[in-house]
Design a protein around this ligand. Structure first.
Ligand SMILES: C[S@@+](CC[C@H](N)C(=O)[O-])C[C@H]1O[C@@H](n2cnc3c(N)ncnc32)[C@H](O)[C@@H]1O
Length: 269
């Protein structure tokens, strides 16, 4: 994977996600002054939201497998003046390099439960590093409606590999992100809970939102990999490619929405 491109796409996508993820994090009511882990933190964009939530006496540790992403994260956090409140650690979410009961809470966005791994052992590993009675939370992108007026094409796109990623057709339904409540129960977490958060955008689109949507179209529906009929492909090219005169983001009344889902629970006291 080209890490520079990946870092760029996390930054480009951020305007679509930031305000929703801030609300998601507020829902958790993390205690002021608490310390927590962001597992699979990427370039640390949610570390900053988590640091906001726990206030100036709290602390966030961002963990990621990629040193390049963490180095970029360090720069971003420094520019934001948050270096004292956020630290980074290279490590693997399948074997988190911290002792049992290190943190008051642990969080993971679009990583744990959302990747190619078996989710239950990962959730247990995340819970292991949280103190008794602490919070364990995972969140993930859970749906989108991006093609108003074209429900058939959008349904077909949703059933392509890119459209249903990171889930893979044929995998056990129990491993689908929206089945996470059962993992929380099986991991012995208390008071498992789930909530959906929606966000919407409409024309006229801000430049950064438009760029993020263009990036999203390309990422979810890479043309070379689309399993579409020739009729769908023609409609897709006309509606979803920025150079097309019929590009859907040019509609004067364009409207789109999508959701993130949060699952959370507590370690036994
Ligand atoms: C989709 S990104 C999400 C990044 C960040 N949480 C966000 O939402 O902006 C998934 C992240 O998980 C990290 N990751 C993948 N496998 C990992 C592993 N085994 N251990 C730790 N991090 C991992 C990737 O490097 C990437 O930063």
């Amino acid at each position: 994977m080209d890490m520079n491109l990946y870092m760029q796409s996390l930054l480009v996508a951020n305007p679509l996600r930031e305000s929703t993820l801030r609300t998601v994090i507020e829902t958790l009511q993390l205690p002021l002054g608490s310390s927590g882990l962001d597992a699979g933190c990427g370039i640390g964009l949610q570390c900053m939201l988590l640091a906001e939530a726990v206030g100036s006496t709290g602390h966030v540790t961002g963990l990621d497998i990629s040193p390049e992403l963490l180095n970029r994260g360090k720069e971003i956090v420094k520019e934001a003046g948050l270096s004292e409140r956020i630290s980074f650690q290279v490590g693997d979410v399948t074997n988190i390099p911290f002792d049992n009961e290190t943190f008051d809470w642990a969080w993971s966005a679009d990583c744990i439960g959302y990747g190619p791994w078996e989710p239950l052992p990962l959730l247990k590993e995340l819970s292991r590093v949280v103190k008794p009675g602490g919070m364990v939370a995972i969140s993930g992108w859970s749906s989108e409606n991006l093609l108003p007026g074209y429900p058939r094409l959008e349904a077909h796109l949703r059933s392509t590999s890119g459209g249903m990623a990171p889930f893979i057709h044929g995998k056990s339904p129990k491993t689908h992100f929206l089945r996470a409540l059962s993992w929380f129960r099986e991991a012995g977490l208390k008071e498992p809970n789930a909530k959906v958060f929606a966000n919407s955008f409409h024309a006229p689109l801000r430049r950064d939102i438009r760029n993020a949507l263009v990036d999203l179209f390309t990422m979810r529906w890479p043309e070379g990999e689309l399993e579409l009929s020739s009729e769908d492909l023609e409609e897709f090219r006309s509606l979803c490619q920025p150079e097309s005169p019929g590009f859907i983001l040019n509609l004067s009344n364009y409207y789109a929405f999508f959701t993130h889902t949060l699952f959370w629970g507590k370690t036994p006291a």
